[in-house]
Structure formats: C-alpha cells, structure tokens
Write a protein that binds this ligand. Structure first.
Ligand code: NAD
Ligand code: MG
Length: 386
C-alpha cells in the first residue's frame, strides 16, 4: 500500500490523482491532503478519501470543516501544507499546488525522507539547485508528473549514462499559437483560458499561452535530468500526441506518445517502474490521428521561452525572479488588472531590473522571490492598465 500526501487535491492534477488512487484502492491510500479554497469540493474529498490530516487555506475553513469531520486533524496555510507533507505515515508527496508556495512543503518532505511526485514545477524553477541537492543528500527520488518530463523520464529508462545527446520538449503552442503579436494586444481572459488540447488550472493555461509554461518546463528539465540548457530543445507540436523525446548519441530518437490524459504520467510516477492499466482509458488511435506535425519554435513570437534559456543559463536567482514575476503578472491578468501583453512586459522588466554579483543562498532566494512579488505588484498598481 502506497501512502500518499496530495498537496492541491481540489485542482486539475489533484482531481486526476484522486481518479488514479480510487481506481486502485488496494494499492494507494491518500493519508493527507490539502486545498486552498473550494471548501465544498474539499469536503467531498474528505468524505471520499477519509484522510488523517487535511491542510486548508483559512482558519474559517478549518473551523467549519473540523466541526463536520471531528475525526480528521486540520491545519491552516503553510503549516498545514508542511504537516500534510511530512506526516509519519506518508511515503510519497504528490505536489499539485500552483506556484512557489510548494517550495517549503517540498523541502520539508525531502528533509523527512519522503519521495516526491512533482507536478508543481514552479518550486523547481524557483529553487532547483537547493531542492535537487537536498533530494540527493536525503536519497529521495523526485519523479516527474509533468507530461513532458514524464515522457523524457520514460524514454531514459534503460539508457546508459552519457548516451543522451539532447532532450526535445514538445509544445502545443497554447491558446494563441496561431495569432500574431499584433493580434495578441486585444485578447481576453476567456480566450486565453481555452487551451486547444488540455484541460488544466487557470494559471498553467495562461502560462501555456504566453509560453511561460514551456519556459518553466525547460528549467524544470534542466534540474530533473541534470541536462545543460544547450542540450534542451523545444519544438512546436500542435497535436500534443508526442509528449516529448530524447535524442541519443547515435542519432536515434525515442519518443513517448499517448492521449492528452494526465492520469498516465500521474499513475506512472506513483507505480514506477510498474505499469498498470488506466481505468476508462481515453480512446487513442494513431490511424485516426493520421498525421503528426513538428515546427520550429519562433523565439520572437514567444519571448518568454527565449527568456527562460537566458535566466536558466545565468542561474542563481534569475529563474526565481522570472517565475515570481510571472506568478504575480499571470494572477493580475486572471483578475482583470492588466492586459495580456503586460504579463510578459512585467516578467521581462523584473528580470532586467535584477542583477546578481555573488552566489546566493536558499534563504536569499526566498527573499528575492518575495521582493520580486512586491516590486511587480507595485508596478501593476502604479501603471494600471497599459
Ligand atoms: P489548479 O489551479 O487546478 O489547482 C491548484 C491546487 O492548489 C488547488 O487544489 C488549490 O486549492 C491549491 N492552491 C492554490 N493556491 C494555493 C496556495 N496559495 N496555497 C496552498 N494551496 C493552493 O492547478 P493545476 O492545473 O492542477 O496545477 C497544479 C500544478 O501542477 C502547477 O504547478 C502546474 O504547473 C502543474 N501541472 C499541471 C498540469 C495540468 O494538467 N493541470 C500539468 C503539468 C503540471
Ligand atoms: Mg507540461
């Protein structure tokens, strides 16, 4: 029986994880879970999964739910996330919260020797160096949940060290892949939230359209697989059928293909190296799909992807700034405070505004993350709608 802590249980990844867990009740048990809002859905999950411990977003939620579920222990905010992730019974922590709020519970879980199934890519972008070092020290495995990284991880199975030439991450292009930069000036939130291939949380859907998501994934791949940025390529693949590829030294390409169904990478991260059937599998027929297309990424059209390589290569807290500015800007766009193109303007401005001369520590990185948020929030207040 694998005992799971599910951080971000009410979200898109959280819901898919619950599906996987409920399909194999003899194999998986969710012993702790967290959610930030959506108390109704949270209460349903508590009834369904009967966790020992639940982390919630506010004291009011705790008071309400504790009276309804007296047998469950509740915690609030970051304390709740950390406790859920480090509970004695937990074997693996599936990190499905959005944003760098995932850092502390992930670090605490690693410290407590828990394995990590990582969906929360922002944590690795913000502090990959420290997260990976802590995992190495504690002999903890970090298995990818992100579909591209799961694909690469699957392709890497059985490859000898030193035999990989390149990683090739595929990008669907997001909601606005066929629009010109001029056309982007007037796009709305509603349009941005219509992803062509995947149904996901709001922030990652916006990130997919700005190509921030692919930028975050490039940095995520760098840390997960220890690959130099020069050996990470991104190609536009509108069908999202090939989830990603590796290129070997002899020129062989290995690709992982499948339907757009997050239950697959989630389940693989939980059962690795075992393979199990997916219950109610999505239909997948290559003869119906017929054609797969690949195109080069246009770095001028998607400046946030180009910027990911720049901040990634610079290292230190540059990726932290890139991520933090985007978290604030994407949220401001979702809340109707800024226009679409302001997202990337704010991220670019935050990165330009930052300079680093000496090596940074994790404590400093956490501080830089906070400062960046404050600065970008101030810019949004000062400028308003551009
Ligand atoms: P979502 O918005 O659907 O769900 C987010 C979850 O985190 C919810 O349970 C919410 O209550 C919780 N949460 C939000 N803010 C919080 C806070 N401040 N403190 C504590 N909890 C908070 O998001 P999602 O689409 O499920 O994505 C979750 C993570 O997985 C993100 O890092 C995303 O990049 C990554 N990811 C998602 C997908 C996908 O298909 N949705 C694919 C790959 C990676
Ligand atoms: Mg992905």
């Amino acid at each position: 029986m694998k005992k799971i802590a599910l951080l971000g249980a009410t979200g898109s990844i959280g819901t898919n994880t619950v599906d996987v867990v409920l399909a194999y009740p003899e194999r998986f048990q969710i012993v702790s879970l967290t959610f930030h809002s959506n108390s109704d859905k949270g209460a349903q999950l508590i009834e369904q999964l009967k966790p020992q411990y639940v982390g919630v977003g506010s004291q009011a939620m705790k008071t309400d739910l504790a009276s309804r579920f007296p047998e469950v222990e509740f915690g609030v905010g970051e304390t709740g996330l950390v406790k859920a992730a480090t509970l004695e019974a937990v074997d693996v922590v599936l990190t499905a919260v959005t944003g760098s709020v995932g850092l502390n519970p992930t670090m605490a879980a690693i410290d407590a020797g828990k394995n990590i199934a990582l969906a929360n890519k922002e944590t690795l972008v913000m502090a990959g160096q420290w997260v990976m070092a802590a995992a190495l020290k504690k002999n903890v495995t970090i298995l990818p949940v992100d579909s591209e990284h799961s694909a690469i991880f699957q392709c890497l199975q059985g490859q000898k060290e030193g035999s990989v030439k390149e990683l090739v991450i595929t990008a669907s292009g997001g909601s606005f892949r066929d629009l010109t930069r001029e056309e982007l000036e007037s796009v709305t939130l509603e349009q941005a939230l219509k992803h062509p291939n995947w149904s996901m949380g709001k922030k990652i859907t916006i990130d997919s359209s700005t190509m921030m998501n692919k930028g975050l994934e490039v940095i995520e791949a760098h840390w997960l697989f220890g690959t130099d940025y020069d050996k990470i390529k991104v190609v536009l693949h509108k069908e999202s059928i090939v989830h990603s590829m590796i290129v070997l030294k002899d020129g062989a390409y290995l690709a992982q293909l499948g339907p757009s169904d997050m239950r697959e990478p989630i389940q693989y991260a939980l059962t690795y190296p075992t393979r199990l059937p997916i219950k109610n599998e999505k239909k997948f027929d290559l003869t119906e799909i017929g054609q797969l297309n690949f195109e080069p990424m246009d770095f001028d059209r998607f400046p946030m992807l180009a910027l990911a390589f720049t901040v990634g290569k610079k290292g230190g807290a540059y990726p932290t700034v890139y991520n933090a500015a985007n978290e604030i800007a994407a949220t401001a766009f979702i809340e109707g405070k800024i226009s679409y193109l302001q997202i990337e303007q704010l991220v670019q401005r935050a990165v330009d505004n930052y300079s680093e001369t000496t090596e940074v520590t994790l404590t400093e990185v956490i501080e830089i993350d906070k400062q960046t948020r404050t600065i970008v929030e101030r810019w949004i207040k000062e400028e308003g709608q551009l």
